[in-house]
Design a binder for this molecule. Structure first.
Ligand code: ADP
Length: 491
């Protein structure tokens, strides 16, 4: 048997997954690493620890197989996290600044004041935010001693985590990234597929430090390991890897990851489309001669609302208990929980909204509130999907799901009812790592697209069971509830 190895470099852990040549997941190894919080709102990782944990799990994983049986490696990674290092020594010049880090909010405000909002949206597909790499790169250049001097000596390189890993794994030979990761930097022009002159000039980011950008399924160089040269044949940022791993290859296909928050991506095909409702446009995995675009939206509080039931209200012991509780009571009538704990994102964008429960009557009990909280994940998902359909002009074909909360059968059935479409839960919910593995396997010519689709075994499909008028009434109630939370706290 031959194998593909997927390296999944996430925000809290590094993982390595062994996939055999018929696409079966065989084994997983995982190691957590340190989260560094130097100040309020700052989040860093040690790039060396990231590299070491990633290589350690790789070694553990392959201990039972022969190196010559490894066909290739695929990498998927936490997106936007920024590393700057010395080209010659390979030493990081600062810790990795993580996507969650807010230290550059001021630079973003200044960009907005300087009138760069619409240019940035129209050319990078993104809303100006500290989340993306651009302002993190600028911060390191301007605040870390010696970086500017080294840049003048042409000794500095920037990379997202994929690029950092590849540079090290190829013994400093290859400085590359793929389209999906480049599209999260906020300096990559996703229309003409080049590093953007205007934004690089404005932020004073020299192009000499930026990696080459190539297809997600291509030759990223060889990992020199114990005398073997193992090709790296696939790279994609985590959410795009999941979209690919769910084989959302056609226009209008959507995946939703139900984790702490929800991450929705819709493949919109070869056409660049901007959202009118605050979604972002990003590059999806590319494996032929034209890039694929996607619309992306997220729900801030999804599984986190279930954690709230468990940790703050203490009305459940485990997240999974919500399924039985929701199934054990009758359909809710006009009861809604709006978990706007941190304001509302797309499509409402109201930072002053706060959470609320609506429709209480004398006989409302804790179980009703638990059920309504669970249903809020589905309502928030519908809010985003409606906008995606409007923005793209494409009707949702089916919703592919993954993430911890997709194991909740009540939630998935309710989601299908609410969207009036099929909801598909795969057998292997490791879709992110599988996506990276598939990208590598495609380039190594062991699979083609059709085989990847065939390999997608469905654990369960959920189909709508309610009629239009019931569905519309439920959703009208949700909208009314959301509207009543607007502007709750004073500005
Ligand atoms: P993340 O990757 O964001 O940490 P996971 O994909 O591991 O998230 O999913 C965990 C989240 O999903 C938690 O917020 C948890 O409350 C929620 N969750 C997990 N299992 C269930 C379930 N069976 N029903 C509802 N929510 C669940």
């Amino acid at each position: 048997m031959k194998y593909i190895i997927a390296l999944d470099q996430g925000t809290t852990s590094s993982r390595a997954l062994l996939i055999n040549e018929v696409g079966k997941l065989i084994d997983v190894k995982q190691k957590e690493f340190k989260q560094i919080f130097p100040k309020q709102g700052w989040v860093e990782h040690d790039p060396i620890e990231i590299l070491n944990t990633q290589l350690e799990v790789f070694e553990e994983l392959i201990s039972t197989i022969s190196l010559s049986d490894i066909i290739s490696i695929g990498i998927t990674n936490q997106r936007e996290t920024t590393v700057i290092w010395d080209k010659e020594t390979g030493k990081p010049l600062y810790n990795a600044i993580v996507w969650q880090d807010k230290r550059t909010s001021g630079i973003c405000d200044q960009m907005k004041k300087d009138g760069l909002e619409s240019y940035t949206r129209e050319n990078t597909g993104l809303v100006i935010d500290s989340y993306f790499s651009a302002t993190k790169i600028k911060w390191i250049i301007e605040n870390v001693e010696g970086v500017k001097t080294k840049i003048n000596e042409n000794k500095v390189l920037f990379g997202t985590i994929d690029t950092w890993l590849i540079y090290n794994m190829t013994s400093f030979k290859n400085h590359v990234t793929d389209y999906t990761n480049a599209s999260r930097t906020m300096i990559y022009n996703i229309k003409n597929l080049e590093w953007d002159d205007k934004l690089c000039d404005y932020l004073k980011i020299p192009k000499s430090i930026l990696p080459e950008v190539i297809n997600s399924s291509s030759d990223f160089g060889n990992f020199n390991y114990n005398g073997f040269e193992i090709p790296i044949h696939g790279v994609a940022g985590d959410q795009q890897a999941a979209l690919f791993g769910q084989s959302c290859f056609e226009d209008g296909m959507v995946k939703n990851t139900y984790g702490t928050g929800c991450f929705l991506l819709m493949n919109t095909g070869k056409n660049f489309k901007l959202s009118e409702n605050g979604l972002i446009t990003t590059l999806a995995c590319t494996f032929d001669d034209k890039v694929n675009y996607a619309l992306e939206g997220s729900v801030f509080i999804a599984g986190a609302a279930i954690q709230w039931l468990r940790d703050s209200l203490k009305v459940i012991g485990k997240a999974s208990e919500t399924e039985k509780i929701a199934q054990s009571i009758e359909k809710l009538h006009d009861i809604y929980v709006v978990p706007a704990f941190a304001g509302l994102g797309a499509p409402y964008w109201d930072m002053y909204s706060r959470g609320a429960i609506f429709g209480l009557t004398r006989d409302t009990g804790v179980d009703h509130i638990i059920k309504a909280t669970l249903e809020s994940l589905a309502y928030q998902t519908k809010d985003i999907i409606d906008v995606m359909e409007k923005d793209s002009g494409i009707k949702l074909k089916s919703l592919k799901v993954d993430g911890g909360a997709c194991m909740n059968n009540y939630l998935m059935q309710f989601q299908s009812d609410l969207l009036d479409c099929e909801v598909l839960r795969p057998e292997i919910i490791e879709t992110t790592a599988m996506g990276a593995g598939y990208l590598a396997g495609l380039q190594s010519n062991i699979w083609d697209k059709d085989q990847i689709i065939k390999n997608q075994k469905i654990d369960r499909s959920f189909n709508p069971t309610i009629n239009d008028s019931e569905r519309e009434k439920m959703y009208r109630g949700w909208k009314k509830a959301v509207n009543r939370t607007f502007n709750w706290i004073e500005k």
